[in-house]
Design a protein around this ligand. Structure first.
Ligand code: PEP
Length: 249
């Protein structure tokens, strides 16, 4: 399976800075980077810009969230069909910042994943434990519960789905899980995917996210069950993001 590197720009960017970043990525990609799948997830207003600038090139694009509802009286929400209109390949769902600041439950995240899949968009389902949960020895139970909600709602483990293991204590903190710590959890998630649907474990990418950067990407990506990365801060810097892509070759 090709490795998948996804940038999550979070609530950053402007027309001008996005254009500079995307030009930097496009100019910096080398022929060998074709062995890596690359995508960028931007705030919704910039999706037409991504569609225009990335076009049919090698970098895909996606959203950072999607509504759990199909359409109607949900002011401020963006539906999966709207994302489809702008050719989004991916939508992040259940990022810990949405679970934490917007009260998204496992059930809401599962409904979002289902909406994305129904519209032909690959949901990047984020799971991960807080520091308190890790310290209490609950890491495995938490990530399994979060993923189980999605598998239950969708009815199986779609091979069109991506899972991202993002320990909450590692996001934006500069504190990365060690490759060994991440591998343990990825192995658990791989087994859960396999148990849910025959052969899904061979097709579903399981990404690591949480302060992945140019310096630590290679050692994380060398782990047998780490199929790529979800990159926050480092995806806002051209040389860093390119170096992570190179580490994934
Ligand atoms: C993220 O937002 O998904 C993330 C992993 O952020 P960072 O790389 O900045 O920790």
């Amino acid at each position: 399976m090709k490795k998948l590197i996804v940038g999550n720009w979070k609530m950053n960017g402007s027309l001008a800075s996005n254009e500079a970043l995307l030009q930097g990525f496009q100019q910096g990609l080398e022929a060998q980077d074709q062995s890596v799948l690359v995508a960028v997830c931007a705030s919704a207003p910039y999706l037409p810009q991504l569609q225009q600038l990335l076009g049919k090139g090698p970098i895909a694009w996606g959203a950072q969230d999607v509504s759990a509802h199909e359409s109607g009286a949900y002011t401020g929400e963006v539906s999966a069909a709207m994302l489809r209109d702008f050719a989004c390949r991916y939508a992040i769902v259940g990022h810990s910042e949405r679970r934490q600041y917007h009260g998204e439950t496992d059930e809401v995240v599962a409904a979002k994943a289902q909406r994305a899949l129904a519209a032909g968009i690959t949901p990047i389902v984020c799971v991960g434990e807080t520091l308190a949960e890790r310290d209490a020895g609950q890491t495995e139970a938490v990530v399994k519960r979060q993923l189980a909600a999605v598998i239950h709602t969708v009815g199986h483990c779609s091979s069109e789905m991506v899972v991202a293991y993002e320990p909450v204590w590692a996001i934006g903190t500069g504190r990365t899980a060690t490759p060994e710590q991440a591998q343990v959890v990825h192995h658990v998630l791989r087994a859960q995917v396999a148990a849910a649907t025959v052969n899904a474990d061979k097709r579903v990418h399981i990404l690591y996210g949480g302060s992945m950067n140019a310096a630590n990407a290679a050692s994380l990506l060398a782990m047998p069950d780490i199929d790529g990365g979800l990159i926050g801060g480092a995806s806002l810097k051209v040389p860093d993001f390119l170096q992570i892509i190179r580490a994934a070759r």
